[in-house]
Design a protein around this ligand. Sequence first.
Ligand SMILES: Cc1ncc(COP(=O)(O)O)c(C=O)c1O
Length: 368
Amino acid sequence: MIPFLNLKAQHAALEQELLAAFKHTLESTQFVLGKEVAAFEEEFAGYSGGRFGIGVNSGTSALHLALLAAGVGPGDEVITVSCTFVATVAAVDYTGARPVFVDVDRDTLNMDVTQIEAAITDRTKVILPVHLHGQPADMDPILDIARRHDLVVIEDAAQAHGAEYKGRRVGSLGDMGCFSFYPGKNLGACGEGGMVVTNNEDFAQRVRMLRDWGQERKYHHVAKGFNYRMEGVQGAVLRVKLRHLDAWTAARREHAAKYGSLLEDTGVKTPVEASFARHVYHVYGVRVSNRDAVQSALQGRDIQTGIHYPIPVHMQTAYQEFGFGPGDLPVTEQASAELLSLPMFPELERGQVKQVCEALVEAVEDSG
Ligand SMILES: Cc1ncc(COP(=O)(O)O)c(C=O)c1O
């Protein structure tokens, strides 16, 4: 069997380091925030090119608080994409604002920057691009439009730890960057976790206060806040794992290169790495017609794959109220029908990559 993801392999290699982190947390009893979280905040913010890092309990919470810190609320609009995990849009909805979707670029599946200006109204507060699958969105045009229209830029970097745009790491390119440390992410906790990274001291202070009940100091609630704090044990675990992230990213990029060369000139469209990007391949999403038949054929050969994502957010039952429907975002809709995510994790073996490619090419031919 070739799994889609193998966290057991990652944890076996780090067992002693992780056990020490768990033990340390147990002994310190710093279960919520504490020194390990503070150290991880500093280390990960620095890694991502930011001055401040605020650890929270999920990537969704990071997005929610970044939007609130930017002053987003009922009646406002946030320009974002539908070609993403539902959390991007849910976070906008939590604030009472309305997500306004633009389509994505055909090659990168990231925000189509040529559509942004037409979507701006006098209610627009934020542009929220997603670095989908680990590839940075085209940030320079986004930042330029935002500056001209006085908008805040929040990066959804949940899938893109360490990805680079023109040589700079994502998360500190916009006004705030939001990361997820969900276990399967490129940098994953042993549980839930997230972080807002920023260079802006006011935003940092606001997010820090909101994650901890809106307290300025203990029991002095100056804003309506949340219990969104990061757990101590996750800070300790993530500090261990951060030391391995660059090696893991290099392994992912090697697998991606191998997939790319083995699938060249087949009926399979492989991901395009933009000239400005250093993709970190959280997801290696190929595009095939007859995707569902191809996926079943691979399953029949014990090769696990994923679909990220089968239904775009604007076509989900829960998100009909925003006024978008089938046909409104054709590139996004076509991508949802064709995307198939191949096994991708650092410990994947070269022979397994070859096996996946052979089975995939055969499945595509048989389904055609
Ligand atoms: C693009 C994107 N945004 C936001 C999130 C939300 O992160 P979390 O699951 O940590 O809440 C995720 C991951 O799940 C994601 O992939």
